[in-house]
Design a protein around this ligand. Structure first.
Ligand code: GLA
Length: 380
């Protein structure tokens, strides 16, 4: 990939650029907890974005996407927002860097990626983090790593309309080979946990389904949680986020909020605790508990939070049938993939059967990814 990128850069701009990379992510557990001030437990993976970049001395960004085979130019002011979605991410990163007082001038860039799109592996966070990191390095802005992650998050908020939490961009910037990172999204304290489950594999099965309106449904979930938290706060002023609430406090407001908001909140409060339980279990090497929590998360995401879909529920059930240790829908939901913790000896049969049964049932094959926990944003 690097060679292809540099070659294209040379063809377009007559020289070589500096190379930067960033990664997609998985999340072992802690879904839809980030914007609720709870815990998440992600790690960066060995697929990501690589970009060659060099300042061009103009006030213009000239960028080529190898994957879309498309060249776009845009200026650096708010009104220069490009049409193409992929270019908007880069534009957003430039704008958000500038809003934080960072210097951003024109540059040339060529980039490519191997994060499957729409699979829930955060290809957009990888793109944002790669450029946020690169611009910070090239223009020597000295912006710290958390702020780089927030540049990506604000890009989503202000330039794509998804009111996401910090998890994806955090994982993409802070990712470290062989480690998952538990982040407290309220205090931003984080801890690396070595993750090398001997005798198990992490298998992702991509339903290749992407539901329309996923981003508006996502924003709606977030609004439900905020409504529930605001109601609880009336009784318990210390509650700033839903993750601050005890389960019994939610029961107190049951007749003050809609049934839907209640179920969403019930899921989140349970999920925050599950992340802590999984971290404890990991330290004991107790993968059975880790896996059981993953199944509980799937149940919650499917029945209470309602971000699963038929295809993902099907894959989850199949995992149970094959004695897969843990399985659940991963990421924002509404399509994408399941993450499965599978004993080595069961892997082959599970993948074969899942592929066959899924294809027979839905008329298209799922994709299977074996991921390795890897480094996040960096200069190559
Ligand atoms: C998406 C968002 C994240 C997070 C997850 C769900 O990936 O970008 O901030 O909310 O969904 O856990």
């Amino acid at each position: 990939m690097k060679t292809m990128i540099q070659e294209k850069f040379k063809t377009l701009f007559g020289e070589e650029g500096m190379l930067y990379a960033s990664a997609g992510r998985i999340n072992l557990i802690g879904e839809h907890t980030d914007y609720n001030g709870g815990y998440v437990f992600p790690g960066a993976i060995d697929c990501g974005i690589i970009a060659a970049i060099k300042p061009n001395g103009e006030q213009k960004v000239k960028v080529f996407s190898l994957d879309y085979d498309e060249y776009v130019e845009f200026g650096l002011n708010e009104e220069d927002k490009p049409e193409q979605q992929w270019a908007r991410y880069i534009f957003g990163v430039c704008r958000e860097t500038a809003k934080r007082g960072g210097k951003v001038e024109g540059f040339n860039a060529v980039f490519a990626g191997d994060v499957p799109l729409g699979a829930g592996l955060s290809s957009s966070a990888a793109l944002e983090s790669c450029f946020a990191f690169a611009l910070n390095d090239i223009f020597q802005n000295g912006i710290d790593k958390f702020e780089l992650a927030k540049i990506g998050q604000s890009t989503e908020h202000n330039y794509t309309g998804v009111m996401c939490g910090i998890m994806d961009q955090f994982a993409s910037v802070f990712g470290k080979k062989g480690a998952l990172i538990r982040l407290n999204c309220k205090t931003l304290e984080y801890k690396y946990f070595p993750f090398d489950p001997k005798g198990y594999k992490l298998v992702l099965i991509d339903s290749c389904v992407k539901h329309e309106l996923a981003s508006s449904a996502y924003n709606k979930r977030r609004a439900s949680c905020e409504k529930a938290a605001a109601e609880i706060k009336k009784n318990h002023p210390e509650v700033d986020f839903l993750s601050d609430a005890k389960r019994v406090w939610l029961d107190e407001v049951r007749d003050k909020i809609s049934e839907e908001d209640f179920l969403r909140a019930e899921y989140v409060i349970g999920e925050v605790q599950r992340v802590l339980d999984v971290c404890d279990a990991l330290e004991r090497g107790d993968y059975e508990t880790v896996g059981e929590m993953m199944y509980q998360t799937h149940f919650g995401l499917s029945r209470l939070y309602e971000v699963s879909c038929e295809e993902l529920d099907f894959l989850n059930k199949l995992a149970r049938k094959h004695d897969v240790t843990g399985s659940r829908v991963m990421g924002g939901g509404f399509g994408g993939c399941t993450i499965n913790l599978v004993k080595d000896e069961l892997c082959e049969a599970f993948i074969k059967d899942a592929t066959e049964q899924f294809t027979a049932r839905f008329g298209h094959a799922p994709k299977v990814y074996n991921v390795v926990i890897s480094d996040g944003a960096r200069r190559l």
